[in-house]
Ligand binder design. Sequence first.
Ligand SMILES: [Zn+2]
Ligand SMILES: [Zn+2]
Length: 448
Amino acid sequence: MNNFLMGRELLQNELDEVLPEKWEGMISTGFIEIDKQAICRRCGSKRLQDRQLNPCNCGENCFYCIRCLQMGKIKKCSLLYYLPEKNQFFPIKEPILTWQGQLSIQQAFASKEIESTIKASQTRLIWAVAGAGKTEMLFKGIEWAIRGGRRVCIASPRTDVCLELAPRLKSAFQNVEQLTLYGDMEESYRYTQLVIATTHQLMRFREAFDVLIIDEIDAFPFDTDKGLQFAAQKAKKSTGTIIYLSATPNKQMRRDIEQKKLSASILPARYHGYALPEPKAIWAGDWRKAIVKRQKKAVIYKEIERLLQTHRRFLLFVPNIELMLELSNYLEMIFPQYLFTSVSSEDENRKEKVQNMRDGVYQFILTTTILERGVTFQDIDVIVLGAEDQTFTEAALIQIAGRAGRHRDFPTGEVLFLHYGQTKALKNAIGQIKKMNRLARKRGLLIN
Ligand SMILES: [Zn+2]
Ligand SMILES: [Zn+2]
C-alpha cells in the first residue's frame, strides 16, 4: 500500500486497496483556493470555463474540472491521497546499463552534458534532428540516477512513442524494474524505479521523480495543453531534473536558448553522419482541383509517377482525410499495377497497415499528419501534397522531412513539398533543415 501511493496523488476510487487505518500520508481536497480562486490540484486549471456545476451530496455548490476530466472526475469535495516519495528501491545488481552500443562523437558529447545536468539537478533541452539517436544518449545519465536510488520517468505526449521506447529501455536496463503507463494499459500500476508514461499519466504523480525526461515536447497535445505542462512540473520533485527532447522546439524555447535562460544541447547531425535530406519546393498549381477534377496531367500525378517508375517507395502526405480518400480512389484507377494503402487517425487498422508498409507490402502509403513523427521506414522518399496547407506547420514539415534517409544503409532520400504558393512555415522548415546541415558540416560531423 505504501509503495503503491508513493509519489502519487490519487482519488479515493483510484486506490486499489483500502486505506490503512492509520493513514500517514496527506489528504487534500480536489481544489485549493488561492486569492479566492479555486485551482484544480491535478491539472492546475483556474479557468471558470473549466468548471462544471455538479449536483452533489456535499451540500456546497459543487463543481468538477473539465480540463482533466479524461483522467476521472475531480470534484470540489473530492479527496486526494498523497504519500511522499521515499525512494524505497532495492539496490540493483550491476551492470545497471546493459546496452553495449557505441555513441557517435556528437552523441557522446550530449550524453556527458545530460549526465552533468542530472547530477546538478538542472533543466536542459536536447534539440536533436530526426535520426540523431537521442534515446541512446540518455542512457548514461539514467544509469547514474538509478545507481543513486533516484526515481526516473521518461514521458511522451504520444502513446506510440512510449510503446516504442519501452522495449528499448528494457533491453538497455535489463536488471531495472520498469512500468509503462498509458490510457488503455492492461497491466496494473506497481511501484518501479523506472517509469515510462504518457504525459497525461503524469497528472497522477506529485513530487515523484528525481529525473523527468520528456520526449517530443513539441508534439500535440503537450505543446498546447497547459494542464499537461502543469502536471509535468508537479510530477517532478522540486529538487529534480527535467530533460526535454525535441527535433522542433517552439519559438519560446528557441528564444530562451538564445537569451541563455535555457541550457540546450544542439545535435544537428544524424547518427550515421549523412546530411538531412533537404526538401525541394515544387509548384503544383491548383492541386485540389487536380484531385477533384481528376486531371491526370497535373504536376502531382507526374511526380508520383516518376517515383513509381524509378521503383522508389514513398509516403504521400495529404492535408485531410477527405482529400486523401478522393486521391486514393483516383490513384487506384490510374496506377492499378501498384499496391498501396491509406491511413489516418480514424483508421482502426493503422498499426497493421504501417507494419505492412515496413514489410514492403506496399509501394507507397497515403497519410495525414498522423505519420509525421515517431514512425520509421527504411529507404523511403516523402511527398507532401499541398505543403502550403495550414495543417503543415513548420514543425510538422520538419518532422515529415525527417522520415527520409534515417537508416544507416539507406541514408538518403527525396523530400518533395508540392505547393500552391509557399507559406512562411514552408520556407522556415526548409531554412531550418539547411541550417542544421550547415551547423553539422561546420562541426565536422558529416561524412557526405
Ligand atoms: Zn483539473
Ligand atoms: Zn461535492
